[in-house]
Design a protein around this ligand. Structure first.
Ligand code: BG6
Length: 293
């Protein structure tokens, strides 16, 4: 693992992209532009804070664990190279291993328009090959400006095709989940992971109980409307599904890193590929989520 000093020497941009020791001495990167701020931990290439035009965009659990042993609760975890339970083996980590891996810095640049683009890279290792026997390169790119885009680009470096499922698991901050609407999914078919039933969404998604839906082939533009906050726009590219999740009171209370009442302040809207996608040898696949307020 490179030291903070060498990361700053090779990659920092004065006052705009700076590495430092974050919570529990975990390495983090702070990005600042004229309009926005982001904080990213190298553990899991995990964005933990995002402010666009002074609007707080993501929720971070006050009880999030930052010791590198598990995914940080809140912000934007990355689910890769599988979403949910691994089909091959129940003992493999839920939502894949990327969110629990230390991810290297590849490049940080400032564009002419003032946007900062930081790319982090995860490559296959002995550990990854022991649970997922494929050669790959995963590049996680964060572009911060007036709007924000996160993308996951999977490059198959193996001689055989690889199949992945994945998600950009964004925890959006909301004022009060019971006064929040998610617009853009009306008429979309979904699978309710709690009742295991398929349904069709009628109108906006509203929230008054635990929700865990996988929307199939949705449109690519959604809006979160919540009281006392500006509407948040979300655009997806390269995603065959959108996951909408709120654990509600009981499930939140059962999680060590989730103070129970905090479920009222968050809503996950995830860009995802749930039906596995096949990537041929040498090819790349990219999924992205763009957010603007
Ligand atoms: C969501 C899933 O994406 O992530 C839920 O649809 C799951 O089923 C949730 O409970 C949180 O997962 P985890 O592993 O971060 O607790």
């Amino acid at each position: 693992m490179a030291s903070i000093k060498s990361l700053n020497k090779f990659f920092s941009i004065q006052d705009k992209a700076v590495f430092s020791n974050g919570k529990n001495n975990q390495t983090k990167l702070d990005l600042t532009t004229q309009h926005s701020k982001a904080e990213i931990y190298l553990h899991g290439a995990h964005l933990t804070q995002l402010t666009l035009n002074n609007n707080k965009v993501v929720w971070l659990s006050p009880d999030a664990i930052f010791d590198g042993t598990k995914a940080i609760r809140g912000g934007i975890p990355i689910c890769w190279p599988w979403f949910g339970k691994a089909s091959a083996d129940n003992n493999l980590p839920q939502h894949g291993f990327a969110r629990n891996s230390l991810i290297e810095v590849d490049s940080i640049i400032e564009q002419k328009n003032g946007d900062i683009v930081a790319a982090l890279k995860l490559k296959n290792s002995e550990t990854s090959m022991s649970i997922w026997p494929f050669k790959f390169e995963l590049v996680v790119t964060f572009q911060l400006g007036e709007q924000f885009t996160i993308s996951l680009s999977t490059h198959n470096l193996d001689s055989k095709p690889i199949n992945i499922s994945e998600a950009i698991h964004t925890y959006f901050a909301v004022e009060d989940i019971e006064h929040t609407r998610l617009v853009g999914l009306s008429d979309c078919h979904y699978f309710d992971q709690l009742s295991k039933k398929k349904s069709c969404q009628q109108g906006d998604v509203v929230f008054n109980q635990e929700t865990d839906n996988i929307y199939d082939q949705p449109k690519n533009h959604f809006v979160i409307q919540t009281t006392n906050r500006k509407a948040v726009n979300i655009k997806h590219i390269g995603a065959n599904a959108a996951v909408v999740w709120n654990p509600w009171n009981d499930k939140a209370a059962s999680m060590a890193d989730f103070t129970s009442n905090e479920y009222t302040k968050m809503l996950c809207v995830e860009a995802a590929n749930i039906q596995p996608i096949e990537i041929a040898p040498g090819l790349k696949h990219t999924i992205s989520q763009t957010i603007y307020v």
